[in-house]
Design a protein. Structure first.
Length: 615
């Protein structure tokens, strides 16, 4: 029976885990690292480089390197616009009003960028477990992701070749990791401050049962915003000292953001750090450098309002749960940004207790997703998970109002029905505009999709009875139907996001990803063959130097011809499997002959014949 892996697809970093026996464990990637940077560099031919290597390439090739794409996945272009100035890439509007990422000037779907990250994690799991042992995946999303963002994440998994069994909320996953070994009832607040989003969830954790009572959050708040505050200060200092405004220079911006992030990380353990950026810009008088000292106190002053926003979300979640901060038994810190001392201090002050630090903030979400994967895979884990929908769902009604059908923080899976009618005599059709949000006017909420119920019988206004039914599955994904009672006529939709990729586009990207994966395997095989051939050749050359005159002229000529053939191939020809076997065989045959000569020479020096007889 295969495994269902758990994946934390993060804004800054991503992690993959699996349940091993009774305990979840993190799987290392191809570089042997537990955490994979969510960074992708696309070559001109579209070939992706993912992770730490891509992150390093970002300094030299910022136009083709994409980081933090999770901040725009599933969003509309208008919704993403407030983030545009804080993103390390440019965005463009799609024909349906969604967002594409610009790589140079080529438009790329955010789902495809995320799919490259997911594919790398899938390969890591297959390397650890065996390719046939990965049956599916549980992927986590911020609790405050709306339906369109969840759908987009699922599409990214599909493009990566994953069977996405469940989408679950990140704070809930962290609580699963915490609650797996819990033997007592407790009330838990999960404070999840990641790279691009913030969530807080209030949960009741009991042995075998985890129930989410409420959730709140901000999908425009994360560690990237902390980095940007520092970067803005550095660019302002550069302008003051040199008169050069480099804010529009992407290469400079990437170097400055990278330095800002390093400084933030260093200030978690030291009171001050020095930032040095030599040869950052230049003018007619020569190159200009940036050097400054950043103290923890100054950083905390810069980001105080951001931390305040997280506490406001905590207040909202507690109100929705009907609780006071003093009634929380445990506070879990999740996400890399919770390592900032100011964040941990404010959380402790608000809840009146020190946070629980038994769960690794970088790995807790993936570990919890692995637990949920084991539950879905029937691997003997007895945990019931009761999650909630983070935002209200409803329809637009007369006057442009938003009428709720399912209230936020309702336990999922769930369904609810509300009855509506027509507004004019003999109305033959109604348009159902499906919305998600908390504003009173429809235009201020997120349009998830629309469909039409046509063919209504002619009746006076308000006479038809039309039942609109919303259903939310365990992934938080929405289906809506409308039924006219007298005729039984039904129209329905399973929402895919008003600005999402169409099914044929997803299929095209899946096919491209499969072709790219085959090409990647071929490239990897070519590189491995070349490396192995070169290693065999170099070993033979070193042995020839070591043995010197012990090698006969005939054997030396044989070995030199084998080495020359290898060098010629490594110099440019494509080394297919057949050619590799041929060249490697020649080198190994030569190496065997060299060793025979060495044995014979050693025997002669001992005064013995090669056959072992005494002379």
């Amino acid at each position: 029976m295969g495994h269902i892996i758990g994946i934390d697809l993060g804004t800054t970093n991503s992690v993959v885990a699996v349940l091993d026996g009774r305990e979840p464990r993190v799987l290392v990637n191809e570089e042997g690292q537990r955490v994979t940077p969510s960074v992708v560099t696309l070559a001109v031919d579209g070939a992706p480089t993912v992770g730490a290597v891509a992150r390093r390439q970002g300094l030299m090739n910022p136009a083709r390197t994409i980081a933090s794409v999770k901040r725009v996945i599933g969003r509309t272009y208008d919704d993403a616009q407030p983030l545009a100035g804080r993103l390390p890439f440019r965005i463009a509007r799609t024909g349906s009003g969604g967002v594409d990422v610009l790589v140079d000037d080529e438009a790329v779907a955010p789902e495809l960028i995320s799919a490259h990250v997911l594919a790398k994690l899938k390969r890591a799991a297959e390397a650890a477990l065996g390719a046939g042992e990965v049956d599916g995946a549980v992927i986590t999303v911020p609790a405050y992701f709306d339906d369109a963002q969840r759908q987009a994440t699922r599409r990214a998994g599909t493009i990566a070749g994953l069977d996405v069994r469940r989408i679950i909320n990140e704070p809930t996953a962290a609580a699963l990791a915490f609650g797996l070994g819990s033997s007592r009832d407790c009330r838990v607040a999960v404070f999840d401050f990641g790279g691009g989003t913030f969530d807080v969830s209030i949960l009741d954790v009991s042995p075998g049962v985890i129930e989410v009572r409420s959730t709140a959050g901000d999908t425009r708040l994360g560690g990237d915003d902390v980095d940007q505050r520092v970067a803005d200060a550095l660019l302002t200092q550069l302008l003051a000292e040199t008169g050069i405004d480099a804010r529009a220079d992407r290469a400079v911006g990437q170097r400055v953001r990278d330095a800002a992030e390093r400084a933030k990380v260093e200030l978690t353990t030291v009171p001050e750090t020095e930032i040095q950026l030599p040869f950052l810009v230049a003018d007619a008088t020569g190159p200009k450098h940036l050097k400054t000292t950043l103290t923890r106190a100054r950083l905390e002053h810069m980001i105080g309002d951001l931390v305040d926003r997280t506490i406001e979300c905590c207040e909202s979640a507690l109100r929705d749960a009907g609780l006071r901060a003093a009634e929380i038994d445990e506070v879990l810190l999740v996400g890399g940004s919770t390592r900032i001392p100011l964040v941990a201090r404010r959380v402790a002050e608000f809840f009146g207790r020190e946070p629980n630090r038994t769960v690794n903030p970088d790995e807790a979400v993936a570990l919890g997703a692995a637990v949920q994967g084991a539950v879905l895979g029937g691997r003997g884990v007895d945990v019931v998970l009761l999650d909630v929908t983070p935002l209200s769902l409803g329809v637009e009604t007369r006057g442009g109002l938003f009428t709720r059908v399912i209230e936020r923080n309702t336990v999922i899976p769930t369904s609810a029905t509300r009855t509506f009618s027509t507004v004019v005599d003999d109305q033959r059709a109604i348009s159902v505009q499906v919305l998600q949000g908390e504003r009173e006017l429809a235009r201020d909420n997120r349009l998830l999709g629309a469909f039409e119920l046509a063919g209504l019988p002619p009746m006076p206004a308000a006479a038809p009875k039309i039942d609109v039914r919303f259903s939310i599955d365990a992934n938080g994904i929405v289906s809506v139907s409308a039924t006219e009672r007298s005729t039984g006529k039904v129209a329905e939709t399973r929402l895919t996001g008003a600005t999402g990729l169409e099914a044929d586009e997803v299929a095209r990207l899946v096919a491209e990803a499969e072709r790219a994966e085959r090409a990647d395997r071929e490239r990897r095989g070519l590189i491995e063959r070349r490396n192995a051939l070169e290693a065999t050749q170099l070993a033979l050359e070193r042995r020839l130097v070591t043995l010197g005159d012990d090698v006969t002229e005939v054997t030396l000529d044989f070995a030199q011809r084998a080495v020359a053939g290898s060098k010629a191939a490594l110099g440019g020809e494509v080394i297919d499997e057949r050619r590799y076997i041929e060249l490697t065989g020649a080198l190994l045959d030569a190496a065997a002959a060299v060793e025979d000569d060495a044995i014979g020479a050693a025997a002669r020096r001992r005064g013995a014949a090669p056959g072992g007889e005494t002379g």
